[in-house]
Design a protein around this ligand. Structure first.
Ligand SMILES: [Mg+2]
Length: 231
């Protein structure tokens, strides 16, 4: 098979969650945790959020965010009570104002995108976002790599609806079987991509996911190795 295009999820695939903001929000309520602990907990929280994401109507919502962070608190051993709820409210406000997915570029993102570009692979982003995705990718210095950026708020379709994948594929003129998709949620990323016939890779940085019927990678460097095998 000849790999012509690779599409990426944005949050926790190309762009880091702002873990420092989470550490600070918790600190202000008296919970002292490190960035590393928050990251590990959040990686495990994704696995717990996944079944909910699979069945809920709208994914970019306060309800989903609240569940996501609540699972993260639980994984950190923080009891769900008043102070924990206050920390969550503070974070939601930050997310609404400036988007919490501005914690920097994921390790390896710049190098991996440059390497794929050198090989003539087309690239795109397909993400459930709030309309600010292109600006954030621009500020992160990544936007120039992409032929297409599909922000669910702009397109009007959220993953896992396969139409947002279609929308991006059409704009690159690449067939699904000539493309791969990389993301960090099984139900949102892997399931719809494969349903359309794309190859899919699940990012599983801490080995939190149970055995699944898909290829997993611990980071973007491993993703690149796997993608080059498809060429
Ligand atoms: Mg993601």
């Amino acid at each position: 098979m000849r790999l012509k295009a690779v599409f990426f999820d944005a949050g926790n695939t190309l762009l880091c969650l702002d873990y420092a903001a989470i550490v600070n929000a918790l600190k202000e309520e008296g919970f002292l945790v490190s960035r590393e602990e928050v990251w590990q907990a959040e990686c495990r929280a994704r696995v717990r959020l996944d079944p909910f994401l699979a069945q809920v109507e709208v994914r970019e919502s306060a309800e989903v965010f609240s569940r996501y962070m609540r699972h993260t608190w639980e994984e950190l051993g923080i009891p769900w009570e008043e102070k924990a709820e206050r920390a969550l409210k503070r974070l939601w406000e930050i997310n609404r104002r400036q988007n919490l997915w501005q914690g920097g570029v994921m390790p390896g993102a710049s190098e991996v995108l440059a390497a794929l570009g050198e090989k003539g692979v087309l690239m795109g982003v397909i993400s459930n976002s709030d309309g600010r995705l292109e600006t954030i990718l621009n500020e992160a210095g990544l936007a120039g790599h992409f032929s297409v950026i599909a922000d669910s708020r702009v397109v009007g379709i959220e993953k896992p609806d396969p139409r947002i994948f279609h929308w991006a594929l059409e704009r690159t003129g690449v067939l699904p079987e000539q493309a791969a998709y990389v993301g960090d949620f099984y139900s949102l990323d892997v399931v719809p991509a494969r349903r359309l016939g794309l190859h899919a890779i699940l990012l599983d940085p801490v080995g939190a996911w149970p055995p699944l019927d898909c290829v997993k990678a611990k980071d973007l460097f491993e993703v690149l190795s796997l993608l080059l095998l498809l060429r």
